[in-house]
Design a protein around this ligand. Sequence first.
Ligand SMILES: [Zn+2]
Length: 54
Amino acid sequence: MCDCSKVHLYEVEFKLDGMTIVPTHKNCGDALNEKQADVFQKELVKSWGLEEKE
Ligand SMILES: [Zn+2]
């Protein structure tokens, strides 16, 4: 698992693990941990200019 404190949008690539797409940090080559994945998802939504509706 990636443990970097800051993961930027452009440092993440998606790797296919079986049937699952895993967001992976390019800098260290490890999959994002749950918290990072959550933050990343929010950044991604922001970058698309979409509002999260919950
Ligand atoms: Zn990392």
